[in-house]
Design a protein. Structure first.
Length: 202
């Protein structure tokens, strides 16, 4: 009898021990539920991997946005600097353009003075010549240069044709005379040169 009772107790004890890899929990009403631990862990790991993937995607997107913003900021800085430099170069453009007629008049005065013989007149002429040289030096320091035209092919970007002259000494469309000088400021046209252009004899 004793041996039979021992065997029954061992069997009941074995049935009450939890199976490895399971979790026993009691809920209301005394029910006992078992949950497979490896399956729960796999679910948690899967959720974490999904979150990591989402964060990596977000990180890549943010890096691309940062690079794009940085490039736009760099382009904006360069554009502002370029506009600033251009403004500095051409800020005096209007002032210089207004001075050019004064230079024209000085040059005309000198061109008409070659026949003067009076001593006082010669002194005045010399003063005008020196003034003109100083004027030209100041304009050159500001970046002003004359437009080349004599002996050049007519270029509407820099020349304005006032007359056409029949000539057998020049190729057609060549500049044969300069009526008024043209000028550039740092390579930008201030005013075109007024010229006469050759054409073939008819």
């Amino acid at each position: 009898m004793k041996e039979a009772r021992d065997q029954v107790e061992k069997k009941e004890g074995a049935e009450s021990e939890p199976v490895l890899g399971t979790k026993i929990s009691e809920q209301g009403g005394g029910e006992v539920q078992e949950e497979n631990l490896p399956t729960a862990e796999a679910k948690v790991i899967s959720e974490l991997e999904a979150k990591i993937s989402d964060l990596q995607t977000l990180n890549s997107s943010l890096q691309e946005q940062m690079l794009r913003v940085r490039a736009e900021a760099d382009n904006f800085r360069k554009r502002v600097q370029r506009e600033k430099d251009e403004f500095t170069l051409f800020a005096r453009e209007g002032f210089i353009r207004d001075l050019l007629p004064v230079k024209d008049n000085l040059e005309r005065a000198l061109s008409l003075s070659h026949s003067a013989t009076d001593t006082d007149a010669q002194a005045i002429i010399e003063g005008v010549r020196l003034t003109l040289e100083q004027f030209e030096s100041v304009l050159k320091n500001m970046g002003v240069e004359c437009v080349e035209c004599l002996g050049q092919a007519f270029d509407p970007a820099f020349h304005e044709a006032m007359t056409q002259v029949e000539s057998d000494k020049h190729e057609p469309n060549m500049v044969v005379d300069e009526l008024q000088k043209g000028y550039q400021l740092h390579g930008r046209l201030l005013r075109p040169a007024l010229v006469s252009v050759a054409r073939s004899k008819t």
